[in-house]
Design a protein around this ligand. Structure first.
Ligand code: ATP
Ligand code: MG
Length: 341
C-alpha cells in the first residue's frame, strides 16, 4: 500500500544543511497498523509528509496505492490524496466552527451534494461517538473530543489509508487509550490501513502490528511488534522497549543474589506468543541438582499476544545449569545468562 524505497531528503536550515532522511525504506501492507517511533528530530514527520506528497524526496521512490508519486500531475495527486486521511497532534480544526462544519469541510471542498454530506457526517460522528456534539463549537470540546472530530474529518472521504502524526501526544494516558482503541476500530471495522508516528512505545505496544525505529534520519530497525519487543537489536530500540518492558534484575534483589555462596547463574527468559503455554519451570525443576529462585517477572500484553519476562536464579553445579539452559531452549523460550556485578 505504501512503499518508500531508499529515500533521501535534505533541508537547508538556518545552520546549514539538515539531512532529515538518509536512505530510508519502509513498506506498509494493506491492513497494517504500522508504527514509526523515534525521538524528536529523527525525521518522522518528514517521512509521513512524503506519503501524501507534501514533501518530495531528493532521491529514492515513494509509491502509494501502487503509483509512484513522482510521476503524478497535480490533479492525479489530488485524487490520490482523497484516499488518504490525516490526523494531527494539534488537531488542526477550525476552533470557531461547529463539529459538523469541521467534519463536513473536506466534502464541501469537493462540492459533494448537501444531503450526502449530512448522511456521511452523521455516520462518521456516530462511529467516533460524538453524534450528540454535532452543533457544538470546537473550542468547547476537550482534547480527546477534538481528536475524535479530527478522526471523523479524516474518515469523511472514505480513505483507504490514515496517516497519524503524534495523534495522541497532546492527550493524557486515559484519553490516549480511548483514541488508540478508536484507531484500532477504524482499522478493523472500516478496513483502513494506518501509518502512525509516535515517540511513545506504549502506542506501538497497544495497537501496532509492525514497527520501524528511526534515529537521526535513518530507519535502524524494522519488524513485527512481537519480534521487536522480544529481541530488540539496536541500542535505541532497547531503550524504547525498556520504557514498557522491565527486563532488568530489580536493584533491591542484586545484593541478595550475591549473598548466595553456592554456584549459580541468573537467567532472563522471554516467553512470547505460544511459548507462554510451555511448562518451562517444571521442566527446569526436573533437572537434577537444580534449585530455581524467581527474582523478577513482568507480563505485557501485545495485542492478541502476551510477552512474559522472568528473571530466574538457577542454583546448582555448572553442569546442571547447562542442562537446565538446554531444557529452557528446547521449549522455544528466549534465554540469556546475565552478569551480576
Ligand atoms: N522545512 C524544513 N526546513 C528545515 N529543516 C527542516 C524542515 N523540516 C524538518 N526539518 C529538519 O529535519 C529534521 C527532521 O525533522 P522532522 O520534523 O521530520 O522530525 P520528527 O521526528 O518529526 O521530530 P518531532 O518528534 O519533534 O516532531 C529536523 O532536524 C528538522 O529540524
Ligand atoms: Mg514530527
Amino acid at each position: 500500500m505504501v512503499q518508500i524505497d531508499n529515500v533521501n531528503k535534505t533541508f537547508n536550515g538556518k545552520n546549514g544543511k539538515v539531512e532529515a532522511l538518509k536512505g530510508v525504506s519502509v513498506r506498509v501492507k494493506k491492513g497494517d497498523i504500522y508504527g514509526i517511533i523515534g525521538f524528536s528530530g529523527a525525521g518522522k514527520s518528514t517521512l509521513i509528509r512524503l506519503v501524501n506528497g507534501l514533501e518530495t524526496p531528493d532521491s529514492g521512490k515513494v509509491t502509494v496505492f501502487g503509483k509512484e508519486l513522482n510521476g503524478l500531475n497535480k490533479s492525479e495527486l489530488r485524487i490520490m490524496r482523497r484516499h488518504i486521511g490525516m490526523v494531527f497532534q494539534k488537531f488542526n480544526l477550525l476552533e470557531s466552527k461547529t463539529v459538523f462544519h469541521n467534519v463536513a469541510l473536506p466534502l464541501i471542498l469537493e462540492k459533494t451534494p448537501k444531503a450526502q454530506i449530512k448522511k456521511k457526517v452523521d455516520e462518521v460522528l456516530r462511529f467516533v461517538g460524538l453524534e450528540d456534539k454535532k452543533d457544538v463549537y470546537i473550542n468547547q470540546l476537550s482534547g480527546g473530543q477534538k481528536q475524535r472530530v479530527g478522526i471523523a474529518r479524516a474518515l469523511a472521504t472514505d480513505p483507504d489509508l490514515l496517516l497519524c502524526d503524534e495523534a495522541t501526544s497532546a492527550l493524557d494516558p486515559q484519553t490516549t487509550e480511548s483514541i488508540l482503541k478508536l484507531l484500532k476500530r477504524v482499522n478493523r471495522e472500516m478496513g483502513v490501513t494506518v501509518l502512525l508516528i509516535t515517540h511513545q512505545m506504549q502506542v506501538v505496544q497497544m495497537i501496532c502490528n509492525k514497527v520501524s525505529v528511526m534515529e537521526n534520519g535513518q530507519v535502524v530497525e524494522t519488524g513485527s511488534v512481537l519480534e521487536v519487543f522480544g529481541s530488540p537489536k539496536a541500542e535505541i530500540t532497547r531503550k524504547f522497549v525498556g520504557t514498557v518492558v522491565n527486563d532488568r534484575i530489580p536493584e533491591s534483589i542484586i545484593s541478595l543474589v550475591k549473598e548466595q555462596t553456592a554456584h549459580f547463574s541468573v537467567e532472563r527468559l522471554k516467553f512470547i506468543g505460544s511459548s507462554v503455554k510451555r511448562p518451562v519451570i517444571s521442566d527446569i525443576c526436573r533437572v537434577e541438582g537444580i534449585v530455581v529462585n524467581i527474582l523478577g517477572a513482568n507480563v505485557q500484553e501485545l495485542q492478541e499476544n502476551v510477552m512474559c519476562v522472568f528473571i530466574l536464579q538457577l542454583i546448582g553445579a555448572e553442569e546442571s545449569i547447562l542442562e537446565a539452559e538446554r531444557e529452557i531452549e528446547a521449549n522455544g523460550v528466549l534465554r540469556e545468562r546475565l552478569e551480576v556485578n
